[in-house]
Design a protein around this ligand. Structure first.
Ligand SMILES: C[S@@+](CC[C@H](N)C(=O)[O-])C[C@H]1O[C@@H](n2cnc3c(N)ncnc32)[C@H](O)[C@@H]1O
Length: 216
């Protein structure tokens, strides 16, 4: 793995029969999943032919266990996959891919660069139970990660859990607290400048409440 972000994501991937690496770019996740035998086989795909070619070169030692496809999102080529990773894309792109998918795996590992709330909502609407919904830091940046499985039932998400992530609200880990403190500062400055600040004030009040007691 080249980056800390990739190492953290890799640890969320579980052993599987067929790993789907959607938006694989260089193919490092597919390479590691096959090299470690965490995945027996893999389907790696990218909308860009140039990216797929990079992945084809990297995964060449495991070519017999891997299929590379140039395509937009999830297609029938991903039907054998029991676990799919979509990482490093905007949340709305991930939502579009999931909603248009003709076939979906039993397990999803998703790392949206933004719009995590929309990703959580889409995953739940598609019938998944969110297993892990948290935040991590790598290379000095914050990243949300959502893992979800089909065939489980969990209590429904509240609107606040959709906004912030269920594990974040429950665990109140240092990274999440810091992110809220930064957001509180931004909102305070913006509210001081804004003519109409009711929405900002509502978000600010919610953040204050979470920081004080973490209630849902
Ligand atoms: C920033 S890279 C992330 C690569 C890798 N998943 C990671 O997290 O390190 C995003 C990749 O997603 C691909 N991509 C973007 N939209 C896509 C889509 N709709 N379907 C397939 N690939 C897509 C891009 O071409 C690019 O290679």
């Amino acid at each position: 793995m080249k980056t800390q972000r990739q190492r953290v994501i890799y640890d969320y991937l579980t052993p599987c029969a067929c790993f789907g690496d959607v938006g694989c770019d260089h193919g490092v996740f597919t390479y590691e999943m096959l090299a470690s035998k965490k995945a027996q086989t893999a389907v790696y795909s990218d909308i860009s032919a140039a990216c797929l070619q990079k992945a084809r070169v990297l995964t060449a030692p495991y070519a017999a266990r891997a299929t590379g496809v140039v395509c937009d999102g999830i297609t029938e080529a991903h039907a054998p996959c029991d676990q799919v990773l979509i990482a490093g894309m905007g949340g709305m792109e991930i939502v579009k891919i999931l909603q248009n998918a003709p076939t979906l795996p039993t397990r999803l590992v998703l790392q949206p660069m933004k719009d995590a709330e929309s990703v959580r909502k889409a995953v739940v609407a598609l019938g998944y139970a969110v297993e892990k919904d948290t935040l991590f830091t790598a290379e000095g940046k914050y990243y949300y990660i959502v893992t979800a499985n089909k065939g489980q039932t969990l209590p429904p998400y509240s609107e606040r859990e959709y906004r912030y992530g269920r594990d974040n609200l429950r665990d109140l880990q240092a990274d999440f607290i810091h992110l809220l403190q930064v957001r509180r500062e931004e909102l305070t400055l913006a509210a001081a400048r804004a003519k109409e600040s009711a929405l900002l004030a509502a978000e600010l009040a919610e953040i204050e409440e979470i920081l004080q007691n973490g209630t849902h």
